[in-house]
Every structure is written in structure tokens, then in C-alpha cells.
Design a protein around this ligand. Structure first.
Ligand SMILES: C[S@@+](CC[C@H](N)C(=O)[O-])C[C@H]1O[C@@H](n2cnc3c(N)ncnc32)[C@H](O)[C@@H]1O
Length: 276
């Protein structure tokens, strides 16, 4: 059963030069095939210098914008007069993926994934945490609610899958554009040994350490309400096989999700993984 997420069309402007039409067409195909319901419009600029991009962004302050820069679709935000560009850049994780182990990755210490283990990453975002979990051999279902982020996830997956070195890892990853809190969608997924969640944090919990990817994600998605925090835990619990576990990523100083104390936490100087 295919369970689609019905949302009002979100308008997204895509900017590029005349060389970038093919990439825009690719985004449009993904949008149609995956039922993302984005209203994508392509604007051809003479060139994509920071100056041209920032003028375009200033002229369209309320519309989310993707810029195609050197063949890569990037999220764009104007901040303090400068341009912040953010993209999934899975290639940059290569070294971490190849060397990932419980000693080097706190997330793997907390999740303890095994080869063939079934995992749901219920808040996929840029897919970075899900990829590190999958590097252990686990099969990871990534769920992303925001259609624009889902578009970039599907696009990055396709681009990286052209590289034979990535195909084995990517064969263990399955991306869905949907809402983790949608009970009928979740009923279509198998029970798993691990549900991993990294919901948006309350924005004041990580001001000092926030990176630019998080800054941009914050403009596109909001932290869950207390009711939704409770639902995240309840739905995650329902999705578990016997002896399964839930791992929640939080900034070090953030309150526990739904104010529920975990059975164990793994922390460094910036983040915490709470186990339930
Ligand atoms: C903090 S980011 C996750 C970052 C991710 N762990 C990574 O490594 O890139 C949270 C993401 O969860 C998504 N999200 C929030 N609520 C969701 C829901 N109910 N279902 C699916 N995705 C959700 C947001 O759109 C956002 O992209």
C-alpha cells in the first residue's frame, strides 16, 4: 500500500543558469514520482554569484529557494547580509562512513546497530545520521516530512547511487516522504529493532553550537509541540519489535523529549543520545 502525505502545494523557486535546466528537470521528475506536491519554478539568472543570488533572495523573502550551484541543488538563506548555502553533501561523510565504529561515533555507541538490523530514522533531515547508522550494515528506512528536504534527499540519493562505491550502502536505505506521526503510514512499515529520532530542538537549546545546516533546517521546520513530543515516543514504541530500543538525539542541555527520562544517555560536550 502506498501512503501519500497530502499537503497544500508549497511554492519553491529554483535558480540556476541556462546550464542547469537538466538538473531542474531531474528535480521536477522526483517531485512528480514521489508525490511531493511542490510547485517548482525555474528562474534562469545570468550568473549565480553571491551578489545575484542575494538580490534574488531579497526580492523573494517569503519563498523557499534552491540554487543550483556547480550542479548541486543547495538551500539558500540570507543571514547578516551574507548568503548561507547548505547542501546534503553525502560525499563529505565518506571518511566517517568508512571508519565508523562505536569508538569513533557516539551515535553508534548509543544505537549499537548490527548488520541486517532493521532501523527507522523517523526524522531524516539531511540523512547524515541515518547514513552513519547504515554504515554498520543496518537497513534504514528514512522518513522526512518536509517536501523540500525530501526532494533534496531523493536527489542526493540518486546522484550518489551513480557512484559504484556507494551502491552497497545505498541499497540498505529506503527514503519516504511522510509524517512519522501519521499512524496509518507507520502501519505500512515493518516493526524494527531501533527507532532513531532527531526532532527539531527548541531553538534556544543550541544557539552556541548550531551549524549552518541546522540554521537552514530551522527556517523550514519547527520544533514539535509537547503533545507531538509525546506522540513521537508513543509511535516509536508501537513500531518496535520485542527488545527494540528508541534513541533520541538532543542538544546536551535540552530537556528530555516529552519530559520522559531515558534509561541511559550517551553524551559529548554538545549532544546527547537518550535511550528508551
Ligand atoms: C534536526 S533535523 C534531522 C537531522 C538529521 N538527523 C540529519 O542527520 O541530517 C529534523 C528533521 O525532521 C523532520 N521532521 C520533523 N517532524 C517530522 C515528522 N513528524 N515526520 C518526519 N519528519 C519530521 C524535519 O523536517 C527535519 O528535516
Amino acid at each position: 500500500m502506498v501512503c501519500m502525505l497530502h499537503q497544500q502545494n508549497m511554492t519553491v523557486f529554483v535558480i540556476g543558469t541556462d546550464n542547469d535546466q537538466a538538473i531542474f528537470d531531474k528535480l521536477q521528475v522526483i517531485n512528480d514520482e514521489q508525490g511531493l506536491n511542490l510547485a517548482l519554478s525555474f528562474y534562469m539568472l545570468n550568473k549565480l554569484s553571491d551578489k545575484f543570488v542575494s538580490v534574488f533572495v531579497r526580492n523573494h523573502p517569503t519563498t523557499p529557494i534552491i540554487a543550483i550551484i556547480k550542479n548541486i541543488p543547495m538551500l539558500i538563506k540570507v543571514d547578516n547580509g551574507g548568503i548561507v548555502k547548505s547542501y546534503l553533501n553525502w560525499q563529505s561523510l565518506t571518511k566517517r562512513i568508512v571508519t565508523a565504529g562505536r569508538k569513533s561515533e557516539l551515535i553508534l555507541q548509543a544505537c549499537k546497530p548490527d548488520a541486517q538490523m532493521r532501523v527507522i530514522d523517523g526524522t531524516a533531515g539531511f540523512g547524515h545520521d541515518g547514513l552513519i547508522i547504515a554504515s554498520s550494515g543496518a537497513n534504514v528506512v528514512m522518513i522526512e516530512q518536509n517536501p523540500m528536504i525530501a526532494l533534496l534527499l531523493f536527489c542526493e540519493y540518486q546522484m550518489m547511487n551513480d557512484n559504484p562505491n556507494w551502491q552497497k550502502l545505498l541499497s540498505r536505505i529506503d527514503i519516504h516522504h511522510n509524517d512519522f506521526l501519521n499512524v496509518s503510514f507507520m502501519a505500512t512499515l515493518p516493526k524494527v529493532a531501533l527507532v532513531y529520532l532527531d526532532p527539531m530542538f527548541p531553538s534556544d537549546s543550541y544557539a552556541a553550537k548550531v551549524n549552518k545546516n541546522m540554521q537552514i533546517l530551522h527556517t523550514l521546520a519547527s520544533p514539535p509541540s509537547m503533545d507531538d513530543e509525546c506522540l513521537f515516543l508513543k509511535i516509536a514504541q508501537n513500531q518496535l519489535m520485542p527488545n527494540g530500543k528508541i534513541i533520541i538525539k538532543r542538544p546536551l542541555s535540552a530537556p528530555y523529549l516529552a519530559n520522559q527520562p531515558p534509561v541511559q544517555s550517551f553524551a559529548n560536550d554538545a549532544i546527547r543520545f537518550d535511550r528508551y
